[in-house]
Write a protein that binds this ligand. Sequence first.
Ligand SMILES: Cc1cc2nc3c(=O)[nH]c(=O)nc-3n(C[C@H](O)[C@H](O)[C@H](O)COP(=O)(O)OP(=O)(O)OC[C@H]3O[C@@H](n4cnc5c(N)ncnc54)[C@H](O)[C@@H]3O)c2cc1C
Length: 316
Amino acid sequence: MSEASTFDVIIVGGGVAGLTAGLFAARHGRSTLIIVPFMVGGQLATIGAIEDFPGFPEGIAGYDLGPIVQEQAVAAGAQFKMVDATGLASIGTHWRVQSTEGAIDARAVIIASGSSARMLNVPGEERFTGQGISHCASCDGPLLKGKRIVIVGAGDSGLQEALTLTTWAQSIVILEQAPSPSAQASYLKRANENAKIRIHCELLVDAIQGGDAIEGVHARHRRTGAINRFDADAVFVYAGLAPNTRWLNGAVELDPRGYIVTDLQMHTRHAGLFAAGDVRADSASQAITAAGDGATAAMAAHRYLQTATPGEYSPP
Ligand SMILES: Cc1cc2nc3c(=O)[nH]c(=O)nc-3n(C[C@H](O)[C@H](O)[C@H](O)COP(=O)(O)OP(=O)(O)OC[C@H]3O[C@@H](n4cnc5c(N)ncnc54)[C@H](O)[C@@H]3O)c2cc1C
């Protein structure tokens, strides 16, 4: 694209927040473009079983849920473009999204670029990423029949993925730096009842070690300093998330942790600019809340487009 094309609403991100925003914006008659790098679904695309999304009492695979919402958004009229957003700027009454294939303009933009797994920043991590270190149990689990797995992080994601991995793994050790796991009671109960899973708390991973392949994980006890070594053939890291906001290059106000600040209507401090899902400050980081944010942001963007006279609108 050499000339910038113009939409009512551009949504950056094709996770459940972006797809739901696209569905609602298009259903309100807004010309809507969803920008997503290569594959829709975002984090959902990596999750085997989501048990707490309302409407699916038997649970649903995240990688099935994403395409269903995409289908709804397409049926409502949302368009998709498979590119990376690389920048954002206000140009008078519009916003300009820079992408890897040129500029695209809109009167309102919803940022739904989500979050990515936080790195441990320990020796061995870079070397073994994609070669034994993973963030997706349903993708890599089938390759790990009879293997010893270490999971870093005993939050919801860590335990949920551990339970998925029990299908294939010989043993699963979960290492948590806090004094106790933070996962939901239902996951914790099932993990404690599963003979393959052991949870160790107050351990900080120091290194992932091996030769041609991963052989083990070194972890230091937070209080005593004692070093523990756990044999491992693969390591799964669920040690928190980092917001995908670097592409904004300072164009939007962020909180000290790098998340986008919004009001309850998902409006940022910038007129016509909204944020939804895991990328925004105070998100509950759940699929259902991301979807709710997306719907709220799209409806707020629609109202903004109906009423805002450039120069008169004063965002919160
Ligand atoms: C292992 C795991 C298990 C989970 N289990 C559950 C569960 O059981 N129940 C539950 O409710 N939640 C669960 N979650 C959390 C849930 O998946 C997320 O809260 C939700 O998917 C966030 O959606 P999102 O759309 O805000 O962001 P994301 O899913 O992160 O999507 C962000 C999108 O933005 C795109 N993007 C990023 N940068 C750019 C850019 N520069 N340009 C264009 N596009 C960009 C990405 O490619 C992606 O499409 C789990 C998460 C993980 C990691």
